[in-house]
Design a protein around this ligand. Sequence first.
Ligand code: UFG
Length: 329
Amino acid sequence: MTVLVTGGAGYIGSHMVLALRDAGERVVVLDNLSTGFRWAVPDDVPLIVGDFGDGDLVTEMLKRYQIESIIHFAAKIVVPESVADPLGYYLNNTAKARQLIECAVGAGVGQFIFSSTAAVYGDPEQNPVTEDETLKPMSPYGRSKLMVEWMLQDVAKAHPLRYAVLRYFNVAGADPQGRSGQSTPNATHLIKVAVQAALGHRNGMDVFGTDYPTPDGSCVRDYIQVSDLAQAHLDALNYLREGGESITCNCGYSRGFSVLEVIAVVKSVSGVDFPVRISGRRPGDPSAIVAGNARIKSALNWQPRYDDLKLIVDQALNWERRLHNRKAG
Ligand code: UFG
């Protein structure tokens, strides 16, 4: 029972590979290393460097490794980039995913777990947002993911494949054992940026808007620790293996923090009072989005272990130090 992880050399995918390996699962990684790193894949896990949209390669891999389940992370994930390059996003995130799903169906893969996003909700009318909320993605990125959700729904009706769609909220933190973390150069994510400012790797940071209709005026997000997110996939895999119906679940803690609150936690955990500039709104940011997580807790019995913003920030700080030393060394 081997699991194929696409994008397994990337931030979330590498934590997934660690979680599968720690659970004693056989795992194979397919990654084109466009944003992932060879070092992020443990030496005893086969890494095939290639494109998940390459049907011949994928079909050959599915056969050779007798893959029964696919966890599909590989994707482009930068919202403003998707606005500038929608066709690139629809090619990579949608068209190539279609190709991957076709290969999965052809090879009789039983379970398909798909990385979706809170971006499918756009700016929700109410929070916490449940999976049944109207879907109104505001970017090509969100739409590129939503179209794959739709494909999976249709495919699961026509073929034996069952799926779990996991809609991630804001993923942060690092492996508690320090084996992996967010390593993308020029990452734009809030906790990563704030941690870099705290460590002096960048000259302070900007807050994009303090005039939102939120308690302190800055945007509110639900920050989920990356190993807890990987655990959600393991739980989804076990659920599907035990015969569970195809399912769509939010992944978050159902608790929101504002940008200003996050920055205050980074300052207090790091002990550094770095410069913070108040800037204008970043186009396309919803004011607040927080996960309703009743479904993932009840259906998948997901039990998060790191629901603590200080701990998440501490992990991110430790990882950033490690990454910096690695580059310096
Ligand atoms: N922010 C700042 N300053 C920064 C970076 C971010 O103020 O330097 C703010 C943003 O404006 C936003 C909040 O911090 O209000 C969080 O921003 P991130 O870039 O960390 O994350 P997003 O909420 O924009 O994006 C996340 C995922 C996307 C997904 C989106 C769905 O990373 O993949 O949620 O809403 F599409």
